[in-house]
Design a protein. Structure first.
Length: 327
């Protein structure tokens, strides 16, 4: 064997072994975190929508992607500790469900990519520089929720034509609450409706708020949202029916659980679409260059069973505009 042939044989052998070794190395499985201020039961439908979005893109949980879940159970004070747990896991991405979770993640890391599944005002909350150019480690989807609050009051007034007093439940410490309230106040001024704002900071405030609404002779109820109300929506819906208060909510799951009416963004669509951000980031894109998407699907849901329970007839011109009617 010539010297040249021997060198060629050794090189071929070496390269072959390297290729085999590389082929035998396990592929790194992406790990992402899912952080929410609500409970597992309250988040189940949204998480399933997110998983569906991942499956549509070829990601199967437990096979080629791992998801770490953390739930604050309606107590936003737990979010910093839960976020710290996720950061210690050195995840590839953190998914945040709602503004409180996004703020906690933002304060915990400036390097881990963060994908918002829904935020009412990402720019106003300081999460992104602009919707078109986020500029940092956060991107995702916006809900436009504050802007829709005035429309909810308009719909409630159509359902109850002589409406003059409305109780408004919100959480003053929740990002976007102040803007949403301003939108309701503008609509109330235009319609000549008097508002009674009642702050719901924790679960025990719910009963207190309903008693105050009764004393204030409220003729309707509008909720601005928040983790406390969301995590205790069955209680909220039940007390609204018991108080015979026509109520409009920002999320359809309140109506699915027995509430009267909801108008807002199709949040399950937002959660499903959040998976596209995961896919793009895992393939090398950065949050700074991924524009924040705005909602494309809205839903107006009416529960006729709830209407009957409080002795209310939904006007036909309102009923025909519903995207879903529960009979």
């Amino acid at each position: 064997m010539t010297k040249k042939s021997l060198v060629w044989l050794l090189v071929t052998f070496f390269l072959g072994n390297v290729s085999v070794a590389q082929a035998q190395q396990p592929t790194k499985i992406p790990r992402i975190g899912y952080l929410t201020s609500t409970s597992p039961s309250d988040s189940s439908a949204r998480i399933e929508a997110f998983r569906q979005g991942l499956r549509e893109l070829g990601y199967m949980e437990g096979k080629n992607i791992v998801i770490e879940y953390r739930y604050a159970e309606g107590n936003v004070d737990r979010l910093p500790a839960l976020t710290a747990e996720l950061v210690r896991l050195k995840l590839d991405i953190i998914i945040t469900a709602g503004s409180p979770a996004t703020r906690a993640a933002k304060e915990a890391s400036v390097t881990i990519p963060i994908v918002m599944t829904r935020d009412g005002d990402p720019v106003g909350n300081g999460f992104v520089a602009s919707l078109a150019r986020p500029g940092g480690n956060i991107t995702g989807l916006s809900t436009l929720n504050p802007e829709l609050s005035g429309k909810r009051l308009e719909l409630l007034r159509e359902i109850v034509p002589k409406l003059s007093r409305v109780a408004v439940f919100g959480t003053s410490t929740r990002p976007g609450n102040a803007q949403a309230l301003r939108e309701v106040e503008l609509a109330a001024k235009a319609f000549g409706v008097k508002l009674q704002y009642l702050d719901v900071q924790n679960p025990k405030d719910i009963d207190t708020a309903f008693r105050a609404a009764g004393k204030g002779r409220a003729e309707g109820l509008l909720t601005l949202g928040g983790p406390v109300l969301a995590s205790h929506r069955t209680q909220v819906v039940g007390l609204a029916i018991k108080s015979r208060l026509p109520a409009i909510y920002e999320r359809s799951d309140f109506v699915e659980d027995g509430g009267l009416v909801s108008y807002g963004v199709n949040v399950l669509d937002l959660d499903r679409r959040a998976a596209t951000y995961v896919d793009k980031i895992l393939k090398g894109r950065t949050p700074a260059d991924l524009p924040v998407e705005q909602p494309m699907r809205f839903e107006f849901v009416i529960n006729l069973k709830a209407a009957k329970a409080i002795g209310l007839t939904i006007p036909p011109n309102v009923l025909v505009r519903a995207t879903k009617v529960i009979r």
